[in-house]
Design a protein around this ligand. Structure first.
Ligand SMILES: [Zn+2]
Length: 122
């Protein structure tokens, strides 16, 4: 297991739906259909999220995970304004991830006696 792996979220429940999160090192493997290279992808049918890893910083990876979570919320809640504007969704993910990390609401730094599977505070 690589350093930092325990800080990566493996599952996320998006308003009642469980998604498993997989981290891949080849950008072509992010796309479930292997058609294009992506940073992240959520698939509503298989309830899976794939995130490009390949040694990116935990902050970058967390931002991609949040982006895909917001994509999931957009789908589940039928958020029309985000459906029509992917740039807004991207900016929302950047701003939210920065706020959560900057205020230590989410901690990505490893501590000695921390072996939790999840990056959220209790
Ligand atoms: Zn997106």
């Amino acid at each position: 297991m690589e350093k930092g792996d325990q800080m990566k979220i493996k599952n996320v429940n998006i308003i009642g739906h469980n998604y498993s999160i997989e981290y891949v090192n080849n950008p072509a493997e992010v796309d479930i259909y292997k058609r294009e290279s992506l940073w992240g992808q959520i698939d509503y049918w298989t309830k899976t999220i794939r995130v490009y890893d390949n040694g990116r910083t935990l902050e970058d990876i967390y931002e991609t995970v949040l982006h895909e979570i917001i994509e999931g919320l957009k789908q589940e809640l039928n958020l029309q304004s985000l459906k029509d504007n992917h740039d807004d969704l991207t900016l929302l993910a950047i701003g939210l991830s920065d706020t959560l990390i900057r205020n230590n609401i989410v901690q990505l730094k490893e501590s000695e006696n921390d072996n939790r599977d999840c990056t959220s505070k209790d």
